[in-house]
Every structure is written in C-alpha cells, then in structure tokens.
Unconditional design. Sequence first.
Length: 172
Amino acid sequence: MRYNIQSFIGRREDGYDITLKMVDPITGVSTNKNLSAMNYYAYRMMIRTHEENVILKCRRLFQQFAVDMYVKVETERLAFIRFNQAKLRSEDYIHLRDAIHSDGDVQNIGRLTILPSTYIGSHTHARIRSRRYDVRAKLWNSDLFITVTCNPKWTEIERELEPGQNRKIAMT
C-alpha cells in the first residue's frame, strides 16, 4: 500500500530513506550518523501543539500506516542484526557452534543468523521473560486481577485528544 506522504506531513518531503542523516537539534547541522526508521517515524507521529499533524486524524488509515511503518522498523532491525553478526560476536556462542557442528543433517546447511537476547521476539528473550514471570509468581502471589472498562466519551479521555483525533489504541 502506498501513502501520500505529502498529505500526511503537510509539506513536500520524500519520506524515510536509509541515507538520511541525523541533525543536531541545537545547531541544526547534519551529523555523520544515519537516521533510523524508528526515530524518523517517532518524530513524524509526535503530537505537537505548534503544528498540525494530519496523519493523526486519519483514523483507520493512520492505524494501517502505523502498522506498516512498524514492519519497516522491524525489518531494518533484523537487517542490522543479519549484516552485523561479526560485531554482535555471534561466533562467541560456543555451545551453539558446537551443536551446529555436531548436527549431521545436510538439510540444515546454510548461513546461520543469531538473534541477540535484546531483540524482542528472539527465543532467548522469550525464555528470559518466561523466567521473570515464574520468579514473580513464586515471590509475589497476587490475589486480584483488576481490569478497567472505560467509555471513550468520558470527559477525561476527550480532554486529552486533539479535535478530530480518534485514538482507540490509547484506550485498549
């Protein structure tokens, strides 16, 4: 799906490109660091009082745009991990390397990419989270499970939204 970025941003701009450089907010001078997709889209989706952000008022189109841009951010993260395995020192995983060499299955031959434990969605990250839940369940026995149901028409919620905004995700 393609989006008319000009109508979202309100000015002529090409959108995100991997060659974009970060700009020092104080001096306004471009730095030698590349701008990540996450930083670019976080900046574009920010609510500002001094300028109107049309994309936030596009309701379902904004939701689809946010999901598509999240996929772009995750793809960029995975590409970084894939192409920087040496920097991530993936060869230092001795037990994993030994398991790969002892596996005699020809079907498993190929280039291995190791996801670090800091990557949300990796097997290691899921295992660490699972351990945290186990420890929490053993140490802190909870007696209550509290849920809150709210009405999106409540004045407390409407007061925080800009005119024309529909932020269902903030209430789920």
